[in-house]
Design a protein around this ligand. Structure first.
Ligand SMILES: Cc1ncc(COP(=O)(O)O)c(C=O)c1O
Length: 372
């Protein structure tokens, strides 16, 4: 028998590298985990008393021997209410990663192009290339802002069907442009030179406080992505796509049935009913973010970039890998991006609890003293 896997896996898939999300929870070692842009607060801790009972009850009531509601109707209503849009405008997905994939699947055409910026969230490129699409990224400026003239020129030249803007951007953490910049792109993608969906990925909305949801009424080509992953529910994998009812109807055709499991649907509905907890935790993280950034301003050789998210990007004078390893040796996990184009010397750090942030600052000071 001779079977060659390479004969069946498409060459563009063979050329990909799988997404590696970091070490995860290492058995037997308590790490300060500041590498995955999660919330450091377990919602369960905050959902005390009556609320935690409500969550337990809701999960206990789930009929695990039955398939979940395939259309996630109750959940979509709750999401729509939270977003102040109609339920027909919302598609619930298995994390926003799945929303990205569904958009790619629905728009992919032979020789098609996907346009974004560099650096940005890696799943746009991974998803596009896995489908054999061309992926074009317009470099951000040295300060990690959108080069709007270059982006508009790329739209005319490449004629993508899909445009991704992470707003705030990952891993740079800032808002690469403002609402006016996004509107310019939306107009440019609804003309003769280019017809494209513009996906504004607002995964970090709760930390930026900025959204283009209100533009949905004026732009049929706008799609907004949101997720519960960054506000304490990364474990349940719930994302959402928001757009016109017509667009949602089309994307829904390529969604696997039962993509959001019953436990996730139930848990999300309970937590959505307690938005004040999520908002309170987000405000605490934003306060911590500013405190840590102010502290880092005193660190010699460290440059930070403005953040509108629950993480920030910092550049060290020496190689990022040495700092990354030095922090790891002190049980602090951050994300090293130093090996990537546009990100030489850069580490991405998620804002943790006040204690975790202190541990990070203390460890970083020790590592930089040793490196100096
Ligand atoms: C910009 C951006 N979009 C989407 C995601 C994926 O989020 P989810 O956990 O909802 O799949 C991330 C996760 O890091 C992200 O940074």
């Amino acid at each position: 028998m001779s079977f060659d896997l390479r004969a069946v896996i498409r060459p563009e898939v063979q050329a990909l590298r799988a997404y590696h999300a970091g070490p995860g929870a290492a058995p037997g070692r308590r790490l300060v985990k500041l590498d995955a842009n999660e919330s450091p607060f377990a919602l369960g801790e905050a959902l005390r008393g009556a609320v935690v009972r409500e969550l337990r009850q809701a999960l206990a009531d789930v009929e695990l021997h039955r398939y979940p509601d395939p259309e996630a109707r109750a959940l979509r209503s709750a999401l729509a209410q939270d977003l102040a849009v109609a339920p027909e405008q919302v598609l619930a997905t298995n994390g926003s990663d799945e929303a990205i994939q569904l958009l790619l699947v629905a728009t992919a055409a032979a020789g098609g192009c996907v346009l974004s910026v560099a650096p940005t969230f890696v799943m746009y490129e991974l998803g596009a290339r896995a489908l054999g699409l061309r992926y074009v990224a317009v470099p951000l400026t040295a300060q990690y802002a959108l080069d709007l003239p270059a982006f508009l020129a790329a739209l005319r030249q490449e004629r993508p069907r899909l445009v991704f803007l992470a707003w705030p951007n990952n891993p740079t953490a800032g808002l690469v442009t403002d609402e006016t910049g996004i509107e310019r792109i939306l107009h440019a993608c609804a003309g003769e030179a280019c017809q494209a969906l513009v996906v504004v990925d607002e995964a970090y909305y709760h930390y930026s406080g900025r959204t283009v949801l209100s533009r949905l009424a004026g732009f049929q080509n706008l799609v907004v992505l949101r997720t519960l992953s960054k506000i304490g529910l990364a474990g349940i994998r719930l994302g959402m796509l928001v757009g016109s009812p017509a667009l949602v109807e089309e994307i829904n055709k390529v969604r696997p049935p039962y993509n959001v499991n019953a436990l996730s649907q139930a848990a999300a509905r309970v937590v959505l009913g307690h938005g004040e907890i999520v908002r309170g935790q987000a405000a605490a993280i934003v306060e911590e973010r500013e405190r840590v950034l102010a502290a880092l301003a005193e660190f010699p050789g460290v440059t930070t970039f403005p953040s509108a998210a629950n993480f920030f990007l910092m550049r060290t004078a020496g190689p990022a890998e040495a700092v990354h390893q030095g922090l790891l040796a002190r049980d602090i996990v951050v994300r090293n991006f130093g090996h990537l184009p546009h990100l030489a010397g850069c580490l991405r750090v998620t804002v943790g609890t006040p204690e975790e942030n202190e541990a990070f600052l203390t460890a970083l000071a020790a590592v930089l003293r040793r490196e100096a």
